[in-house]
Design a protein around this ligand. Structure first.
Ligand code: FPP
Length: 240
């Protein structure tokens, strides 16, 4: 698909590590929670942009299995923000034909929050235009362990296990692997995110803090992605 004056290759799936909310707040002498709140605004804009550009899947890292170790007041603020964001955004997402999935160990959340997440997933499950996957209480290693447990519980014969079968036991079953992984706030780490799924993703890291990441920044990332040659382990000659 093309867009604007230059030829853009639109990724089918973009995954994002939304980093830098705390630094954004600190620079303004605001509490960290203010950075997260602004982060929800940025996410709203990026979901809308993905819908406009034609990116089918957007997967964001909202809360890791390690984030429980943050100060109690920040964890509480994040839980309240998730609840508030679902309440405020879900109707609009549904109207825009976006399917939302909360993926991770969602049993770890309060009963109210878990119910709210399940309700949002139920409401939007038949939507087709776009997919927003929100990784919560998520860790790539935890996901792999959970998949192995399910495979054992299902008594899958070891001879039947291949990459396709294994993928179908991950939280992201049925969702194509990300083509592009974006990390904001200039950190050169994967941070336990989608360890299996990003095997061949192109990585784009920007200095921009997540609350400042907007449609223009997204297009910049897609422009750089469009210049990359994806080889999937082959030589340049084999893929042209
Ligand atoms: C990382 O920035 C960001 C998070 C841990 C939270 C991200 C969550 C949101 C933007 C809310 C999304 C909400 C919904 C409902 C999808 P950081 O705090 O690690 O920043 P720092 O590295 O600058 O301290």
């Amino acid at each position: 698909m093309t867009s604007g004056s230059c030829n853009l290759k639109i990724p089918r799936h973009i995954a994002i590590i939304m980093d830098g909310n705390g630094r954004w707040a600190k620079k303004r002498m605001l509490p960290r929670a203010a950075g997260h709140k602004k982060g929800v605004d940025a996410l709203r804009e990026i979901v809308k942009a993905c819908n406009e550009i034609g990116v089918k899947h957007l997967t964001v890292y909202a809360f890791s299995t390690e984030n429980w170790a943050r100060p109690k007041e920040e964890v509480t603020a994040l839980m309240n923000l998730f609840m508030e964001a679902i309440n405020n955004e879900i109707k609009k997402l549904h109207k825009n034909d976006v399917r939302i999935r909360f993926l991770g160990r969602i049993d770890g959340f309060s009963k109210n929050l878990k119910e709210k997440m399940v309700e949002a997933m139920e409401l939007t499950k038949n939507n087709k235009r776009g997919n927003l996957n929100v990784m919560v209480n998520y860790g790539g290693r935890a996901e792999i362990i959970d998949a192995i447990k399910k495979i054992i519980d299902d008594k899958v014969p070891s001879d039947n296990i291949d990459e396709t079968i294994f993928s179908s036991y991950l939280y992201t079953a049925g969702i194509p692997d990300p083509d592009l992984l974006i990390r904001t706030a200039d950190e050169m780490r994967i941070s336990n995110y989608l360890l299996w799924q990003i095997a061949y993703s192109e990585i784009y890291i920007t200095k921009t803090l997540w609350p400042d990441f907007d449609k223009k920044e997204l297009i910049k990332a897609i422009e750089e992605y469009s210049q990359r040659e994806r080889k999937f382990g082959k030589t340049s000659e084999q893929i042209t």
